[in-house]
Design a protein around this ligand. Sequence first.
Ligand code: HEM
Length: 487
Amino acid sequence: MSKTTLTTSAGAPVIDDNNSISAGERGPLTFDNHYLFEKLAHFNRERIPERVVHARGSGAYGTFTLNKSLSDYTIADFLQNVGDKTEVFLRFSTVGGGQDSSDYARDPRGFAVKFYTSQGNFDVVGNNTPVFFLNDPIKFPDFIHSQKKNPRTNLPDPQAIFEFWANHPQSLHQMTILMSDRGIPASYRHMHGFSSHTLSLWNDKGERYWVKWHFKSNQGIKTLTEKETEGLAPFGAQQDLVESIDKGDFPSWSVKLQIMTEEQAQNYHINPFDLTKIWPHSDFPLIEIGQLELNRNVENYFAETEQSAFAPSNLVPGVGASPDKMLQARLLAYQDAHRYRVGVNHNQLPVNRPRCPVNHYQRDGAMAGCPMNGGSSVQANWVQGGGANFYPNDRAAQGAPDVSNHTPEPPLALAGSAATRYDQSDADYYSQAGDLYRLMSEDQKNQLVNNIAGGLSQADSSVQERMVALISKCDSDYGSRVKAAIS
Ligand code: HEM
């Protein structure tokens, strides 16, 4: 095998990578150590900011295979023909911990899927839970601050965690899921994924359907108690995923939808755009539409998993958002985060770049148009060359991009007469949390109550009293047991 020559980043051969140049054997280093300076300077810049939430994660590529045509519901290309396969990238994550935290935190798990469709990337940036702690995005930074480490001690802060919940009945449903036996998945393979939000599909007749996405683990659900996590390697979920895929034991999920018509949405007793609520399966059954399999590990963790950029605004023709207030804010938040964390041209990186042609009039910016990144399918500067950089223009015949003529998203009818702040604090945040509690076995109820008590017993008495009062509104037995457990 021919020898590969070590070079500088500018390609010049390096003759010695062990000894810096010094003025005499025991003398100081000299200014012509430019190779040393290059190494140290690059090393100083090896990190990009970690995600402000979901910092710790694992990713892999795979395939989505459609087994039910959705042509009645949507014009989305990848949902038309049974048997069609779409490449995906899926990143799992914990939420609150930093990159060096543990895979076994009691925390929701992120479940972010990028479908590289022939009409662009469609991202479902969901969690392993069907609901969330909040239904108004204005609370998101406060919520995350309360759940992360204390700003002085840099330690977990049960007082802040429960103080937030004591002031937000809207969190009760998700808090009950998190504190239940489902709160610590044993691996990323053994948990479900959910869009959580209501998204939409629309067809060529201009009809819109509200849709929730569910990814049901074919491996089944496996969870851990806090005790069982003791002594486990903090990277256990990453290891489990990489090793399963490496040995050909490909994890898979059945992809299912709940579908609601616009008319049903108007009359349904639950606000279908409230992220703290599920749609009971008895009202809106799960319809299987395909299978998602993970079958290829990343070649380089940083280049692919760390630089992957998922955005709820990555939608394709036939798939839309919904008026869910949380989702609306997320349509803005993620691209903004990517510009800060990865850079303005993050969509040119191989893990993020669409697998279809990209033609637009955006130009320049840091790291624009690298052919290694862009390949032939990205119209970055490199391939855009001297082509038109403004729209409209008279150059369609020369290949200048023009707008698409696909069926547009139907207009959204608005309810209510004013754009103002709508106080939802008197909504029913108790019934669904109570229903969930009443479904649990005796052992599950005990685990739930003990997990809550573990943190709540460290909060002050005012927080404890308010939490017990809120939990009692979900179910009086649930409330009395928590009260007894912290007394
Ligand atoms: C207003 C509400 C929310 C805001 C402002 C928000 C903001 C963010 C931000 C800034 C990131 C880091 C993105 C990056 O640097 O690449 C992130 C990551 C993430 N968020 Fe949210 N988030 C919100 C709610 C949610 C909800 C409700 C879910 C799930 C249903 C969710 C799931 C995720 C996931 C899975 C990731 C990690 C994506 C990845 O693997 O790269 N977020 N969020």
